[in-house]
Design a protein around this ligand. Sequence first.
Ligand code: C2E
Ligand code: MG
Ligand code: MG
Length: 405
Amino acid sequence: MNDLKMKILVLDDEPFMLKLLEHILADLGYAPVLACDNGQTALELIADSGEPPNLILLDINMPQMDGLAFVRHLVELHFSGSVILVSGEDERMQQAAEKLAIAHKISVLGHLHKPPTPAGLGELIGKWKIQSRHEPRKDRNVYGADEVRAAISGGELVNYYQPKVVTSTGRVMGVETLVRWRHPSDGLVYPDQFIGVAEAHGLIDDLTKVVLKNAFAQSKVWQESGLMLQMSVNLSMDNLAALDFVDMVVGMSTQSGVAPQMMMLEVTETRLMSDIRIPLEILTRLRLKRFRLSIDDFGIGNSSLAQLRDIPFDELKIDQSFVHGACSNEKLWAMFDSCLSLAKQLGLEVVAEGVEDQADWDFVRNRGCDIAQGYFIAKPMPGAELPEWIRTWDQSYAKSRKRIP
Ligand code: C2E
Ligand code: MG
Ligand code: MG
């Protein structure tokens, strides 16, 4: 059962709770585990261990160092594993603690009320397994500008593509391009480890150029084999600083023979822009040239409503944090529904991101969301694998009418 070599640490100030958790974990097949009754000892253990735990079961309310402070120290130790909160606090408090940990970029699998049930714990640990299978992330490296520059010019960036599916018919209607770095020694490196560096060091235009060029070329290959897919590409706000960006994209479309209508350009505003006149002009001109525009991560960026008011978007992507688990969380449900109804009233196509399991899929489909994207359908994959994946998907969809896969 312990097939993914999982190392678990349990941290709780109550000896009885430690024993109980150890017992449940042993029954689930996870033994032995590390146990600590205070945060300081746990941190020392993690810092000194050559192989830190990949999962921590964490009590929130402890004397001396509480769970929130512990999470802050985990960040300092560059902890790259996951956390499950186990506490006697009420639901709102647990959700707030979870949000705080996520804000620190710690992966939180969920929270459990004391005393936890074996089924509840087993389910959350199951999520860890799914996550590790899909995204075998290495310990996070921080890359320098020179390394990223060399990767861009040396052709080490590759596009992966994640399918987008029409929820009412199961048809694969498009893909989102997600850049990866095939690092010669570190393996596959994910964008959150180098996009920020590229933006900070003036490399993002070169990066986007490579991604766009590969996306146009891939699109052409698929078209020639009869596969018509809408191709989404992520832009950074920094790409929208110089007016010649429009000419570059138009040029690529002409050269590759892929019509602008096939391209969806995704933008997200992660920080406030002091002057939005130039980005606004660039986006409006791209739209005039018949490229399509999408507002990404809707609901979490800055001034999403103002962007919606000012920019002629065609598509709205509801951020994954309002999608996964929304069917069993009143708050998320309400927020998902508001985003959906806003988008519909504005006549936009709506995509739910982060559809991770059957419950998410059923939920977004039943709420009337047009398009779904997420691990439940497929994780991002190299372009060459996509045609075969679509064949398999279509077959299993036709067979099951969607209790897949
Ligand atoms: P995004 O545009 O919102 O892309 C969706 C992210 O969610 C992707 O992460 C994708 O792999 C992940 N994802 C997909 N399905 C699921 C799911 O069911 N559950 C969960 N938890 N995650 C899911 P990825 O590839 O690591 O990309 C992260 C972000 O990096 C992207 O977020 C995008 O903002 C940025 N990015 C990716 N490629 C590019 C690029 O070429 N240029 C720029 N400027 N940014 C990029
Ligand atoms: Mg995106
Ligand atoms: Mg997104």
